[in-house]
Design a protein around this ligand. Structure first.
Ligand SMILES: [Mg+2]
Length: 392
């Protein structure tokens, strides 16, 4: 079997409410649907987040054509090495989502050829459902309490909010409001996205701790692992690495420095599903739990990852998703994705186990072509307001 064609379709899907963080606001997300066609007639589907932009993902996909067309999609290790070494795409991160989408589509082909859902090819189920968190948009505390109560009513147990505001008192008030809205049993996870100095991090985390935190994500720079370890040693709340742990090489350094209690992994930022499994294994032998980070994904990418999350023991219960934002999706019979109590069941059909809704794909491809500027974080207002980091 040989790959005959790569087809890329950028899609723009609106959010129910704007996503706001320290560096911008977006009102929907852009993802690139990748279809890998073969001379066998089997087509694999994958998806790349538009990171750092849709144009860059599309350019990387065009560059990959010569390396991929004519290759056997079942030989995924060989294909990945060919892209990395022959194609000199070893400068990962910016190129990674496009590479990961091709790898994802090849896994979909493997599953379809074998007649098995991917979970059975990645080690088999250790859980039947995978849990995700409820992502709260940054708003006034009272509104966040209402949103958190809504998420709790829908059955989500873990709540995630961005912190690192110019006024730390506002962050603390937001955590208090989320506790009020989500209830006493909810898990609250805060993400500072590297905003704080180590001194600020310790001071602010200690003021948030009375409201009960599950994890603090990336309180200080992810490029300064000694500072992460310094903060970790001085607060009671476990520290979650994210900007420090994009690739397996980064994850190894986090482990070596004792910089975190838990580690975010992202198959889109580390070249594919196989590397997601490898990263989890690396952390497992170091005694650390992991969770899946999301750059913002539609149902193809979410369901592809669900197979790995369901077959890998050391994933923490709640991984990241955009369940609280996405108005719609592109899957037949599953748009939006059917989260039940914050959980998705592992697909049972061969491969990733999802089918595209062609009408929705066309609709959101048209929306992208009409102009998806509001779907990128690069808004001029936030660029002006971008603070100098770290905050002390
Ligand atoms: Mg993060």
């Amino acid at each position: 079997m040989r790959i005959t064609n790569l087809r890329a379709t950028p899609l723009a899907v609106p959010f129910r409410q704007p996503e706001r963080w320290a560096f911008g606001t977006r009102s929907g997300l852009v993802s690139i649907l990748v279809e890998v066609e073969t001379d066998d007639g089997v087509t694999g589907i994958g998806e790349a987040a538009a990171y750092p932009s849709a144009d860059i993902v599309l350019a990387v996909l065009r560059s990959l054509e010569d390396l991929v067309v004519g290759e056997d999609p079942m030989r995924i290790e060989r294909l990945s090495k060919r892209i990395e070494l022959v194609g000199t795409w070893h400068h990962v991160k910016a190129s990674s989502p496009a590479i990961a989408a091709v790898e994802m589509a090849c896994w979909d082909i493997v599953g379809k050829i074998c007649g098995q859902p991917l979970v059975n090819l990645f080690g088999g189920r250790v859980r039947d459902e995978v849990e995700f968190f409820y992502y709260l948009s940054q708003q006034a505390p009272a509104q966040m309490a209402v949103d958190a109560a809504h998420g709790a009513d829908e059955g989500f147990r873990t709540f995630y909010l961005k912190v690192g505001a110019d006024d730390p008192a506002l962050d603390i008030a937001r955590v208090e409001a989320v506790r009020d809205g989500a209830g006493a049993d909810a898990l609250i996870r805060v993400d500072a996205n590297e905003s704080w100095s180590s001194g600020a991090a310790i001071r602010i985390i200690k003021q948030m701790e009375p409201f009960g935190l599950e994890l603090v994500e990336q309180p200080v720079s992810g490029r300064n692992l000694q500072e992460m370890a310094y903060v970790r040693a001085r607060v009671d709340t476990p520290i979650l690495a994210n900007e420090a742990s994009w690739t397996r090489y980064d994850q190894l350094e986090v482990i070596r420095h004792g910089a975190a209690d838990a580690v975010s992994l992202d198959n889109q930022m580390d070249g594919g599903l196989l590397n997601l499994k490898r990263g989890a294994g690396l952390c497992e032998v170091a005694g650390l739990p992991v969770l899946k980070h999301s750059l913002g994904e539609l149902g193809v990418a979410v369901c592809a990852a669900v197979h790995v999350l369901a077959s890998t023991p050391n994933f923490l219960p709640a991984s990241q998703s955009y369940a609280s934002f996405l108005l719609d999706d592109i899957l037949a019979d599953a748009s939006p994705l059917p989260y039940k109590s914050g959980r998705l069941r592992v697909p049972t059909e061969p491969g990733i186990g999802v089918r595209l809704d062609k009408e929705r794909v066309e609709k959101y491809a048209e929306l992208y072509q009409r102009g998806a500027r509001a779907f990128a974080f690069a808004d001029s207002e936030a660029m002006v307001a971008t603070p100098v980091l770290p905050k002390s």
